[in-house]
Design a binder for this molecule. Structure first.
Ligand code: NAP
Length: 333
């Protein structure tokens, strides 16, 4: 079913809780509805597909276009040798889907527990945490092409997945992620992913224990968006060259550094904290006082206010460490 609201508020459609309206908000609960919307010409106007709005910052009071929101939650599971295949539709709340996978004995996504996202947004963003990335679990992605009104399947290797990004993340992408096919482990083939130090001490790890540990660690370190508006990590962890990393560790011996495919990954939270900005406040926009990578809306911040704070943070880090921080969050104007 398709539901349409004109001049709708988006305050509850972005986890920052920024006050913003849109020309038309369209909610659908069946993937076939996308074809109907295409036939109605919806994709000929300015449009944006929002999942949980957990990685989006509205830098405007009014979005003069159509916002699409999915409530499609189809789920199918089948055995494939030692692996288990799961197909899920884009409207799943990501953490509900992880819980459902575990209850169906489909394992692999437990390290990604608790990330606020829809399944569609999780794929677009290639969410990652605690040593796991969603793209490592995916087999293929079904997309709806808004230019042609047709659907097709894209194998995981052709989705342009990289650190916290994919080919779908570019603003203006004509493709809507409709559903995703996972290749997961069953009880016999599951291996815990324990490379992150904070997970290593779990005795006799099970998927359920890992999920509980990740949820508890996230809960202790991250502000709950339903209480304090935020979009998780605001910046991507920067990757620098080997020689820059070596200069930085000479100057700052305690600086965490991790090997990355094309250099050395630094922890953005550490850089922001050691630039003296943890808890820093500009009006109602603030750097969280528990996790410096998270920018928060303390009540009445605007998108412009959050962005002004982000610019101040990036400039201060660049001046102190010579490292560029880039936003992970999509800014919509
Ligand atoms: P942490 O342990 O304080 O470490 C800070 C950063 O160092 C993390 O962001 C992580 O990068 C990196 N790191 C730590 N151990 C690593 C290892 N063994 N190998 C490679 N990189 C390592 O991290 P935290 O703040 O508690 O976060 C824990 C996890 O939750 C991280 O994976 C983080 O990305 C994720 N998280 C995600 C969001 C979000 O909104 N997307 C928000 C908060 C935390 P990576 O980010 O590359 O993993």
């Amino acid at each position: 079913m398709i539901t349409t609201i004109e001049n709708a508020s988006l305050q509850h459609y972005n986890t920052f809780g920024i006050k913003c309206t849109c020309r038309t908000l369209i909610t659908y609960d069946s993937l076939a509805d996308l074809e109907e919307l295409h036939a109605q010409g919806v994709f000929k106007t300015r449009w944006l597909h929002l999942g949980a709005g957990a990685n989006t910052l509205f830098d405007c009071d009014h979005f003069d276009g159509v916002i699409l929101h999915s409530e499609c939650t189809g789920f199918a599971r089948s055995n494939a040798g030692a692996k288990v295949e799961v197909t899920a539709e884009n409207g799943w709340k990501w953490d509900d889907l992880v819980a459902k996978m575990l209850s169906e004995k489909c394992y692999g996504a437990e390290n990604l527990s608790g990330i606020p996202a829809s399944l569609g947004g999780a794929v677009v963003q290639n969410i990652g945490a605690y040593g796991m990335e969603i793209s490592r679990l995916l087999q293929s992605v079904d997309v709806f092409d808004t230019r042609t009104g047709e659907s097709r399947t894209i194998p995981c290797g052709e989705c342009g997945f990289a650190y916290r990004t994919s080919m779908f993340k570019h603003l203006g992408s004509p493709l809507i992620v409709a559903s995703a096919r996972f290749s997961l482990s069953g009880p016999e083939s599951w291996q815990p992913a324990l490379e992150y130090a904070s997970l290593r001490d779990i005795a006799h790890p099970t998927p359920e224990k890992l999920r509980a540990a990740v949820l508890s660690q996230r809960g202790a370190k991250l502000p709950d968006p339903s209480v304090i508006g935020n979009a998780g990590s605001f910046f991507v962890n920067p990757v620098v060259t080997l020689s820059q990393a070596s200069h930085l560790s000479d100057e700052y011996p305690g600086m965490p550094q991790y090997p990355a495919p094309n250099g050395v990954k630094l922890a953005a939270a550490w850089l922001i904290e050691h630039a003296g900005l943890k808890g820093y406040r500009m009006g109602d926009a603030a750097v969280d006082d528990k996790n410096a990578l998270v920018l928060v809306n303390l009540g009445h911040a605007t998108g412009a206010g959050i962005l002004a704070l982000a610019t101040h943070v990036a400039n201060t880090v660049a001046r102190k460490f010579g490292v560029t921080l880039k936003p992970e969050v999509n800014v919509i104007r």
